[in-house]
Design a binder for this molecule. Structure first.
Ligand code: BGC
Length: 780
């Protein structure tokens, strides 16, 4: 290293002192030891048949908001009420009915899933969604919503990927900040989760995530860091897994050294539900609140203080952070919540957000939007009739309705072929009858498989190709908490699905009619083997309760698509850099008993691809994906010109400006991405990394907008493990402005004269075993 800047020294080991208020300290000083040991443990959970094992600890207020995930302990004599926390990332998950009274409902808005929201690349819009979501939290009497969730799309099979934003930490961080700022503008809290290294569901309570310091800092912690610094979430939820041998909830280095001392987080940390093992270690680590809470945990903490293995001062700090949270809560302020949020107004926001995050993957010969004379549609695919608004598990929402694609098209005045509809409805009704709806918990333990794809007779297809104007086929996927997806019949289409697409294409193309495929999915699937059969492909994700209306807005051209991928679609599963190591090894011979009668099978997953996640891998190693990160088409075209940098040498910061002009025939918005290529002569570096993005306003044909990006020293820095520091290496940097990670339209370079240490951090969280990490074949 040539020289250290002064700037770096000022950031050396930023240490934040105790942030708790005097009022909290005073209240905790008046509590008995028993009260404190109850306060740091939630009130348990009402699961029929499981109460004897897991709670409730003390039977109060479980029914203030039925369906909420948990409540905190009240110290009534000091004026501290119970507070309520409830899932989740796609909207408030509470029971829609209470006490079997069907005259009054408590539905919440099912918002588009996080992956769709990230695909909008529109932080203002995500903030608007957050503001409306937070209003429902407040008006239903909840204090903290357990979201957003921001683990990384490390592998397409991750069962909860739909709850997470992206494969890229910059997108993740910016989306998180927008969402948290929106929700918390209502004076209710968020819990950003699952901190950290929880990129899979397989053995989620027992898997040891083995990851290098650099990959951890640059990929898996970065989104959390940005989110925390830019939005101050009230709470953070630690994850279930071990991280480099230690449970995250028992990990002082993670929860105190990094989260609080380095990043300045001032709120409380809660466990994931029944997460971790050792309540006392959790207190010491700075995991203040154990959720949902068991009597055994309070007892263990009490005994530890009494026998001197837990310093009461540590417990006091945990309790003070909880009291500070309670003092800011709506429950403490006795807010008179209405139980009547404006669901109609929110549905309009959900519809707008949904259509803005859909990604047009293919559009040959301008098939979309539908021509004016498209009236009669032949609509195939089980999911067209049963559209999926969002994923399963705690990320699900109890919404009043989901508009199916058939309904959405019909609301917009299109005709759907009746004969096809009747056949699908009969098939799906029969399946539903044979698979009655189960309760939430039963479904979680033993999910109902989706109906196998209905086979449409070839003769019927030939007839319908003559009678209708266009064919639509929806391919649907659902997944969620508790299990990861599979390659066969999930990531890959089933034989029946491929056959359907093939047969529809054959019949309709024979009559010169077009075929549009709609993907109603929460995570990435294989597209390369069948996409030739489609004239257009619209990736609709899982778009929330207004699903069918939002898809129709795009198909009809009412909305010009402007979503772009925030996660890569590979040609095939094996191309994924994590394919070899996902979901890791397991050691069944060491299984122990876990919660809910489930077995805890120890496992380990090694993040061997290191920093080469998503496009960082595909672009650096020259592996062509099916659709690259940042990709998405529009009904219009944009021209990029006039990239200018404020200086050709870096001196604290650089501004880049670029002109975007709508050169097509329809109004549209463009997502513009700024990537940086950094000098890589000292450290392995991806060919480019996203460091900025912006979305234009709705540009009319011919209209131009100048977008501006600021690059500062930290945008140039990589994590240097040997020096335990973020360092921007001296050399030449290239600013690459593109419409996707693979479609760079303008470049410009600037120089950095000498190295800058932007931040020196603590040597913590290192793996305990060597990792054979993926590297470019370069000698340093
Ligand atoms: C999930 C969390 C959720 C919690 C409460 C856990 O199983 O992992 O994301 O917030 O349950 O429902």
């Amino acid at each position: 290293m040539k020289s250290l800047s002064l700037f770096s020294l000022s950031l050396f080991f930023v240490s934040i002192g105790a942030a708790q208020s005097n009022k909290a300290k005073e209240l905790v000083s008046r509590m008995t030891l028993e009260e404190k040991t109850h306060l740091v443990v939630g009130m348990g959970m009402n699961i029929p048949g499981l109460a004897q094992n897991n709670g409730p600890v003390i039977g109060q207020t479980m029914d203030k908001v039925p369906g909420a995930a948990g409540t905190t302990y009240a110290v009534q004599r000091l004026g501290l009420p119970n507070t309520v926390v409830s899932d989740g990332p796609a909207g408030l998950r509470i029971e829609p009915f209470r006490n079997k009274d069907s005259s009054k409902s408590y539905y919440a808005t099912a918002w588009p899933v996080a992956t769709l929201l990230a695909s909008t690349w529109n932080t203002q819009l995500v903030r608007q969604v957050g503001t409306a979501m937070g209003n429902e939290v407040k008006e239903y009497g909840v204090d903290v919503i357990l979201g957003p969730a921001l683990n990384t799309h490390r592998n397409p099979l991750g069962g909860r990927n739909f709850e997470y934003y992206s494969e890229d930490p910059f997108v993740t961080g910016k989306m998180t900040a927008a969402m948290v700022n929106g929700i918390q503008s209502n004076d209710v809290g968020t819990s950003i989760k699952h901190f950290a290294g929880n990129e899979q569901e397989t053995n989620r309570n027992s898997v040891n995530t083995i990851v290098s310091e650099r990959a951890l800092r640059e990929i898996y912690l970065k989104g959390f860091e940005i989110g925390i610094k830019e939005s101050n979430p009230w709470t953070v939820m630690s994850s279930y897994n071990y991280l480099n041998e230690k449970y995250t909830s028992e990990n002082y280095d993670l929860l105190t050294t990094v989260l609080r001392k380095e990043w300045g987080f001032k709120g409380l940390v809660m466990t994931d539900w029944f997460g971790g093992k050792d309540a006392v270690a959790q207190m010491k680590a700075g995991n203040d609140l154990l959720m949902p809470g068991t009597a055994a945990q309070s007892k263990a903490i009490l005994e530890a203080v009494q026998n001197g293995t837990l310093d009461e001062k540590v417990l006091n700090e945990n309790a003070e952070r909880i009291v500070d949270y309670i003092l800011g809560s709506q429950s403490y302020k006795k807010y008179a919540y209405s139980n009547k949020p404006d669901l109609k107004a929110h549905a309009l926001i959900a519809r707008a957000a949904a259509s803005e995050g859909m990604v047009l993957l293919k559009n040959n010969d301008g098939v979309l939007p539908f021509a004016n004379d498209t009236k009669n549609i032949a609509i195939f695919g089980n999911t067209s009739y049963n559209f999926i608004s969002g994923g399963t598990g705690s990320g699900d929402v109890n919404e009043a309705y989901t508009i199916s694609l058939v309904q959405g098209l019909s609301n917009a005045g299109y005709q759907m072929d009746g004969e096809i509809q009747a056949a699908y409805n009969a098939y799906l009704d029969d399946y539903r009858m044979k698979h009655p709806k189960k309760g939430f918990f039963q479904e979680f333990m033993n999910p109902t498989p989706p109906a196998p794809e209905f086979t449409v007779d070839k003769a019927l297809l030939a007839k319908k190709a003559g009678e209708t104007d266009i064919a639509l086929v929806t391919i649907g996927r659902n997944a969620g908490e508790g299990r990861d997806r599979k390659v066969e019949n999930d990531f890959n289409l089933s034989a029946a699905e491929k056959e359907l697409i093939g047969n529809v294409a054959e019949a309709f193309h024979a009559k010169n009619k077009k075929v549009v495929i709609v993907l109603n999915i929460g995570g990435v699937i294989e597209t390369a083997s069948w996409r030739e059969n489609a004239d257009a492909i619209l990736l609709a994700w899982q778009p929330g309760l207004e699903a069918g209306n939002a898809v129709t807005d795009v198909l009809s051209g009412k909305v010009n698509p402007s979503g772009k991928l925030a996660t890569t679609f590979p040609m095939k599963y094996e191309d994924e850099p994590s394919a070899k190591s996902f979901p890791g090894k397991e050691f069944p011979e060491k299984a122990t008993a876990g919660a809910f009668g489930m077995k805890l099978v120890p496992g380990e997953v090694t993040y061997e691809e290191g920093i080469y996640v998503g496009y960082r891998y595909f672009n650096t190693f020259g592996v062509k994906p099916a659709y690259e990160f940042g990709y998405g088409l529009s009904y219009t075209n944009f021209n990029y010109s006039n990239l200018k940098l404020s200086s050709s040498s870096f001196n604290g910061k650089i501004t880049a400006t670029v002109d975007i002009t709508n050169t097509g025939k329809k109004p549209g918005k463009e997502v513009v991405q700024l990537y940086i290529s950094a000098p890589a002569d000292k450290l392995d570096k991806p060919v480019e990394e996203l460091k900025g993005f912006a979305k234009t306003t709705l540009l009319k044909p011919g209209q131009k907008e100048t977008l501006s990006f600021t690059i500062d020293a930290k945008d140039l820095a990589s994590f240097n493990t040997d020096q335990t520091a973020w360092i921007a290496d001296a050399g030449t940097y290239t600013v690459r402005i593109g419409s996707s990670s693979d479609n760079i339209k303008q470049t410009a370079t600037f120089g950095l004269a000498s190295d800058i240490v932007t931040e020196k951090v603590n040597k913590v969280l290192a793996p305990k075993v060597p990792i054979n990490e993926l590297k470019q074949k370069k000698a340093f």
